[in-house]
Write a protein that binds this ligand. Structure first.
Ligand SMILES: Nc1ncnc2c1ncn2[C@@H]1O[C@H](COP(=O)(O)OP(=O)(O)OP(=O)(O)O)[C@@H](O)[C@H]1O
Ligand SMILES: [Mg+2]
Length: 252
């Protein structure tokens, strides 16, 4: 049995230049299930999410202090191999960005890079297109350009591509915000169906989506983590007045 990842933030602080975007964030993300990061626009949700795969380092003027621990190891340690880290931590962005190649090659891309033999690729492609709920719609046209798919299909393709490298953690930043309601529902259903196998962290500004999806919730406010805990506790009996006001729709 593989060890389930366990993600923990310890006194995480992030600045963009002089702007203090994350302030002393301490939180744990359970190894299984879906954790939703919620809060008003600009409160630091994307910043917290991207701290998990060190994508922020490409931002000019960024400064990170504190720790983000994956299975107990700080991903900000100097000797961490960032390329390897990013194969363990997948990302589904808000807009689908299929690679300019066929449906098949989009899914095979990561496994090829990590040295999978060509003979294994057809099964890998099929398995992950099924996991993303796209197989039945595309199995007869795998060699056609991914750009011909609808936006909703492209997002499921991006999910298949992310899953194909077998990440331990899947990060999703507003993964349905560019999609129609039916396509959004497809993505939600697929995330639910894979959540026992990996840690999923979803940023969403949709409270109803958070209620549908989340097992665990992190509520952010102006760069601070206000409270986190089981979804039922956060939604039904929040401890902090700001959480109560946000989830009741009074603010945000
Ligand atoms: N590259 C950047 N340079 C300067 N400031 C930034 C940068 N990226 C984000 N910020 C600022 O950091 C704060 C947190 O931004 P972040 O994108 O994490 O918020 P968010 O909660 O994801 O918001 P939204 O819901 O609008 O996506 C905001 O005040 C934002 O303006
Ligand atoms: Mg954001």
């Amino acid at each position: 049995m593989t060890l389930k990842p366990h993600l923990k933030f310890e006194q995480l602080n992030i600045w963009y230049g002089t702007h203090h975007a994350l302030k002393d964030v301490n939180a744990e993300v359970p190894a299984q299930g879906i954790t939703a990061i919620i809060g008003p626009s600009g409160c630091g949700k994307t910043t917290l999410l991207k701290s998990i795969n060190r994508l922020l380092e490409e931002t000019e003027g960024i400064r990170v202090e504190g720790k983000a621990l994956l299975n107990g190891a700080n991903i900000y340690d100097k000797d961490v191999d960032v390329t390897e880290l990013r194969t363990r931590v997948g990302l589904l962005a808000s807009k689908p960005f299929p690679l300019p190649m066929s449906i098949y090659d989009n899914v095979a891309y990561g496994p090829r890079l990590s040295g999978q033999r060509n003979g294994n690729l057809p099964q890998i492609v099929e398995r992950n297109l099924k996991a993303a709920g796209l197989w039945e719609e595309v199995s007869d046209r795998l060699k056609t350009p991914a750009s011909r798919l609808s936006t909703g299909q492209q997002q499921r393709l991006c999910l298949a591509r992310a899953l194909a490298v077998e990440p331990e953690i899947l990060l999703c930043d507003e993964p349905t915000s560019a999609l129609d309601p039916i396509s959004a529902q497809h993505i939600e259903v697929q995330l639910q169906s894979i959540k026992e196998k990996m840690t999923i962290v979803v940023v969403t500004h949709l409270l109803r989506q958070a209620r549908r999806l989340a097992d665990h919730v992190i509520f952010m406010w102006l760069g601070e983590l206000v409270e986190s805990g089981p979804a039922s506790q956060i939604f039904n009996s929040p401890r902090d007045e700001r959480t109560r006001a946000y989830i009741s729709g009074d603010i945000g």
